[in-house]
Design a protein around this ligand. Structure first.
Ligand code: ADP
Ligand code: MG
Length: 335
């Protein structure tokens, strides 16, 4: 399709994680979307995993930045620097400039989409194309996206939850809300501060969500509490408190309800035929947020539709983006 030696890559440019897929190889890189920069001159000090380890631990001279927010570029120059680093790391220095497919959330503005394409070019792409994230997620989850049958995918990432029904190679209906993993972390920080007068960092909150967070108030009662370290807001000193599964569930309940409402609303505006297909095949969850304990059960209970988690939920969008490289020529004509 392309000249010899040209490599094509797919990038899942996520709010939380960036995943790179190289044509013919599959996923070659998974790293947090974080960049550490010097506060003096903006020089990039570290990117990805190395930069994430610095979050909340930086001295005054270093700042750890997450350049993507709510699924879109919040800091253009830093995004370019991050993509450049990841593209070079994924391809090595061997080959020429790659064609790059990048996924974008549904419902972003034309300006936001333009920014993604421009950033990808500046970062080293010969040319850049975009694919809608829920469509990529559905391909990556192995759903029959080209068939005349409706599938529903719910991708819960760091910044956004994207819900879409897909049939015959296209998105039939979709919703994107800026409510996902990051908001759950914020809610946990807020809850722990209010209930225990304890200030905890973003990474501690995320760890709590992974370890003892549950979408189900009932199941949360059986989860063992864990000791959590932070700073006491009254004394100002470091201290440890016990945080329970019930606490974390209470902290995130409202956000989880909003995600479920979005799923319900999308189902409600779906045609009866597609709704019937979705009832038959079930709703498929992708993205890291799908790993929140008991989330499938709770969504199934609320919607009365069976729910499953895709295999390797964190990789689905990247796999789908990568597989869609095959159709890059078709997309080229459309854009
Ligand atoms: P994005 O595509 O926005 O980069 P990802 O699909 O990579 O997001 O998912 C990242 C989100 O998934 C983060 O908010 C992270 O905290 C969350 N996550 C990852 N693993 C788990 C888990 N086991 N339980 C709950 N949330 C999780
Ligand atoms: Mg994602």
């Amino acid at each position: 399709m392309f000249g010899l030696g040209e490599k094509n890559i797919g990038i899942d440019l996520g709010t939380a994680n960036t995943i790179v897929y190289v044509d013919g190889k599959g996923i070659v890189l998974r790293e947090p979307s974080v960049v550490a920069k010097s506060t003096k001159d903006g020089e990039v000090i570290a990117v990805g995993e190395e930069a994430r380890a610095m979050v909340g631990r930086t001295p005054g001279s270093i700042q750890a930045v997450r350049p993507m927010k709510d699924g879109v570029i919040a800091d253009y120059d830093t995004t370019v620097a991050m993509m450049k680093y990841f593209i070079e790391k994924a391809l090595g220095h061997s080959s020429g400039k790659p064609y790059v497919m990048v996924c974008v959330p549904t419902g972003i503005t034309a300006v936001e989409k333009r920014a993604v394409i421009d950033a990808t070019r500046v970062a080293g792409a010969r040319d850049a194309y975009v694919i809608e994230e829920p469509f990529a997620a559905a391909i990556g989850a192995g759903l029959p996206v080209m068939d005349p049958t409706g599938s529903m995918v719910v991708d819960i990432g760091g910044g956004t939850t994207d819900v879409a029904t897909i049939s015959l190679g296209g998105i039939v209906s979709s919703r994107s809300v800026r409510m996902a993993g990051d908001k759950l972390n914020d809610s946990i920080i807020g809850f722990v501060r209010q209930k225990y007068n304890l200030l905890i960092g973003e990474r501690t909150a995320e760890q709590l969500k992974w370890d003892i967070g549950s979408a189900s108030a009932k199941a949360a009662k059986d989860i063992e509490p864990v000791p959590v370290r932070g700073r006491d807001l009254v004394t100002g000193l470091p201290t440890t408190v016990e945080v329970s599964g019930v606490d974390v569930n209470a902290a995130i309940a409202e956000s989880v309800a909003e995600i479920i409402d979005t799923v319900k609303e999308t189902l409600e505006e779906t045609s009866p035929e597609i709704a019937a297909d979705v009832i038959d095949h079930g709703i498929v969850l992708t993205g890291g947020g799908a790993l929140l304990k008991n989330l499938p059960e709770v969504i199934a209970e609320e919607t009365q539709v069976p729910v499953t988690i895709a295999p390797d939920p964190l990789d689905c969008v990247a796999i789908g983006t990568g597989e869609s490289l095959k159709s890059i020529n078709v997309i080229k004509k459309k854009q």
